[in-house]
Design a protein around this ligand. Structure first.
Ligand SMILES: Cc1cc2nc3c(=O)[nH]c(=O)nc-3n(C[C@H](O)[C@H](O)[C@H](O)COP(=O)(O)OP(=O)(O)OC[C@H]3O[C@@H](n4cnc5c(N)ncnc54)[C@H](O)[C@@H]3O)c2cc1C
Ligand code: SF4
Ligand code: SF4
Length: 446
């Protein structure tokens, strides 16, 4: 290594554990490749000194533009600190019941991609689909409406974009990209540094994001249904159960003998989203919940007024005039049910995420600042409520628990015994319950 070597932010992102495994760096630097690690996450491997351009692409580097700077194209639109800029806020679902059932929520994401296709605005979609290889799901390019339909449903699974970005660079076309907020940020940063990608990716759609999980999440659920990790053929994280509310969805696994196993999620250990089993550390340093940079964002409509319909309803944040028109035309043609929803309702539906990712991020940033260690800089939000010492204890506890689940599940695999993991989850949940009681009492008497 030469004396003039300067460590890139991307290397600090990886060594500090802040990497989400998006593959943005590997898309622009041939000295970096993505590797699927034993813990079930993607990590970049550096085989040469990295090109400084990677720091302008990585969503956790401190060198590229942040979310507010990247969303300049929407300047002048109404703006909420929680939702970013927007033209229109809606709730809705596809009227075609089988298409709605084949999706995670109301099927809004798949519907708008199909419409963009039909109208010739795009001819390719980059999104996450099932695969036949060892990774259950991958970023893939769909080139027809029927392929787009096959990509529906939420995959709580690690994915990376370097392969598909390589495809975009080598194949002219009009692309739409679908991703969780940090992946959309990577795409926006990529567009800033590469004019071919900028010219070809015409639309971005974000899906709201609580956090990303390692591949161990699906494995742990399947194992509880008697299907060991090496016996998994197919996973569905969002199986709709007609007798239960939309937020009480099921989990389905098909094993290598083509036997199907289904359970409501609430019966499985480690499903508690707030506890964050298998959460990546990057997600503790992320303040974009809804995908503020995207042309349109889709979330689960788990407000009381929509939850009871198990078929699912989307919350939709529209930031692009073409997309707004397509939805409005769909409503008039009776293809898409569309109704107004307020910013406050959308925020309310993601309350837990905002606490963890705005107040919680502020606390974690302060902790890192005091320790003088490198960390990804975050935007400053004004008017956040004060966090008590018990809130902080709770966040620390959950971060510790998330980190431990990765290690404990590896041990369970080594010992070929799922109870190593499920016993840990039971103890971890008990600890969290006691903490919640203390927080409740403190809030009552403070
Ligand atoms: C990791 C993760 C966490 C989420 N957390 C929340 C949350 O906290 N709150 C909330 O309201 N909603 C959350 N969502 C989004 C929600 O689950 C639905 O995906 C969203 O409401 C769109 O529903 P739909 O019916 O319109 O999508 P569909 O019509 O079913 O289409 C989903 C689209 O998303 C793509 N996709 C699926 N998985 C991924 C992935 N991992 N990365 C990128 N693209 C993917 C599919 O390929 C498809 O194009 C999360 C999704 C993911 C993947
Ligand atoms: S977050 Fe993405 S771009 Fe940043 S180091 Fe990890 S894989 Fe590379
Ligand atoms: S929580 Fe943030 S960092 Fe984590 S996957 Fe979602 S968008 Fe990315």
């Amino acid at each position: 290594m030469s004396d003039s070597y300067i460590q890139t932010d991307v290397e600090k992102v990886v060594s500090g554990g802040f990497c989400v495994g998006c593959g943005g760096c590997a898309s622009v630097d041939s000295g970096i490749s993505m590797q699927f690690e034993e813990t079930g996450v993607y990590r970049p491997i550096f085989s040469a000194i990295t090109d400084a351009v990677v720091d302008h692409v990585c969503p956790f580097s401190n060198k590229g533009p942040h979310e507010n700077e990247l969303s300049h194209r929407h300047a002048g639109l109404p703006y909420e600190a929680e939702l970013g800029p927007y033209i229109s806020l809606k709730a809705g679902y596809q009227k075609d019941v089988s298409a709605r059932m084949a999706s995670s929520s109301g099927g809004g994401a798949t519907w708008i991609l199909k419409k963009l296709f039909e109208r010739g605005y795009i001819d390719r979609v980059i999104h996450v689909k099932e695969t036949n290889d060892s990774a259950q799901f991958k970023y893939s390019v769909s080139e027809s409406i029927s392929e787009v339909e096959k990509g529906a449903k939420t995959r709580y699974y690690p994915i990376e974009i370097s392969e598909v970005i390589n495809f975009v660079l080598n194949n002219d076309g009009k692309y739409a990209f679908v991703g969780v907020p940090c992946f959309v940020k990577t795409i926006k940063r990529l567009c800033n540094v590469n004019e071919v990608i900028n010219a070809r990716i015409k639309f971005t759609a974000a899906i709201f994001c609580g956090h990303l999980k390692s591949a161990a999440f699906g494995e742990s659920l399947a194992w509880q249904l008697g299907v060991k990790p090496d016996q998994i053929k197919k996973l569905d994280f969002r199986y709709k159960i007609s007798t239960l509310p939309a937020n009480d969805y099921g989990f389905e696994v098909v094993d290598q003998d083509n036997q199907t196993h289904i359970s409501p999620m609430y019966k499985l250990l480690g499903k508690d989203w707030g506890m964050g089993a298998f959460r990546l550390k990057s997600c503790d340093f992320c303040d974009d919940i809804v995908g503020e940079l995207a042309d349109v964002s889709f979330g689960d409509g788990w407000l009381d007024k929509y939850k009871k319909d198990s078929k699912g309803t989307n919350l939709i944040i529209i930031r692009n005039e073409i997309i707004k028109e397509l939805f409005e035309e769909g409503a008039v043609a009776n293809e898409f049910h569309l109704e107004d929803v307020s910013a406050a309702e959308i925020v309310q539906s993601q309350n837990a995420s905002y606490r963890h990712r705005r107040n919680g991020v502020e606390y974690r940033v302060q902790t890192y600042e005091k320790s003088e260690k490198w960390y990804p800089k975050k935007r400053k939000f004004y008017g956040l409520s004060n966090s008590s010492f018990l809130d902080k204890l709770n966040w620390n506890y959950r971060s510790w628990y998330s980190k431990k689940t990765h290690e404990v599940f590896l041990k369970a695999k080594e010992k070929n015994d799922i109870t190593v993991y499920t016993d840990f989850v039971k103890r971890g949940s008990f600890g969290a319950k006691i903490l919640r009681k203390f927080i409740g009492l403190y809030n009552r008497f403070k």
